[in-house]
Design a protein around this ligand. Structure first.
Ligand code: FES
Ligand code: FES
Length: 171
C-alpha cells in the first residue's frame, strides 16, 4: 500500500509497489489526462509533477512515492486557467493533442523553477510532439513566461520587426 497526495486529495493505493505511477493514476484514479506514450522514458507524454518537479510517471514505481505530492494535468489549475494552458490556447498549439498534457506539465514545472528559461533549458525538455507543433510550443512558452512578468514600456526598435529565425526543439 502506498499513501500519497494526488491533486490535493489523500490517496491510498492498494497496488503492487512496483506499479508505475502512470498506471496507478490512469487505471486506479481514472486520471486519464496523463498519457501513455513510449513507456520507456523517451516521449514525455506521461509527465506529471512529483513534489513540484516534472517526472515521467511511466518510470516511477509507486512504492518509491510514499508521502509524495503528485500533480497531474487535471490538478494543475481549476478550469484550465494555468498560464501555460492559457498560452497553449492563445497560440493554438493543439494538433492531435496527445503530447499536450505532458508538455504542459513539463513547461509549468520549468517555469516554476526558471521563470525565464533559456533556449538550452527549453531544448532539454524530454517531450516529443509527433505533430511537429514545436514553433507554436516555443511561442506558448514565451507567452506563459511573460504572462506574469512586469510590463515595462520598450521603445520601438527596427530589429524587433525582423522575422524570427526558425526554431526546432528537436535535438
Ligand atoms: S510514456 Fe513515459 S516517457 Fe513516454
Ligand atoms: S499535438 Fe500531436 S503529438 Fe503533439
Amino acid at each position: 500500500m502506498t499513501r500519497m497526495i494526488v491533486n490535493g486529495e489523500p490517496i491510498l493505493y492498494k497496488l503492487d509497489p512496483e506499479t508505475p505511477l502512470l498506471f496507478a493514476l490512469r487505471d486506479a484514479s481514472n486520471l486519464t489526462g496523463t498519457k501513455y506514450g513510449c513507456d520507456s522514458a523517451d516521449c514525455g507524454a506521461c509527465t506529471v509533477m512529483i513534489d513540484g518537479k516534472a517526472a515521467l510517471s511511466c518510470s516511477v514505481s509507486i512504492g518509491s512515492l510514499e508521502g509524495a505530492t503528485v500533480t497531474t494535468i487535471e490538478g494543475l489549475a481549476a478550469n484550465g486557467t494555468h498560464p501555460v494552458q492559457q498560452a497553449w490556447l492563445a497560440e493554438q498549439v493543439t494538433m492531435c493533442g496527445y503530447c499536450e498534457p505532458g508538455f504542459i506539465m513539463a513547461i509549468a514545472a520549468l517555469l516554476q523553477a526558471s521563470p525565464n528559461p533559456s533556449d538550452d533549458q527549453i531544448a532539454a525538455l524530454p517531450n516529443i510532439c509527433r505533430c511537429g507543433a514545436y514553433p507554436r510550443i516555443r511561442k506558448a512558452i514565451a507567452r506563459a513566461a511573460s504572462a506574469s512578468a512586469p510590463v515595462r514600456p520598450v521603445p520601438p526598435s527596427p530589429a524587433a520587426q525582423a522575422p524570427a529565425p526558425p526554431v526546432n526543439l528537436q535535438r
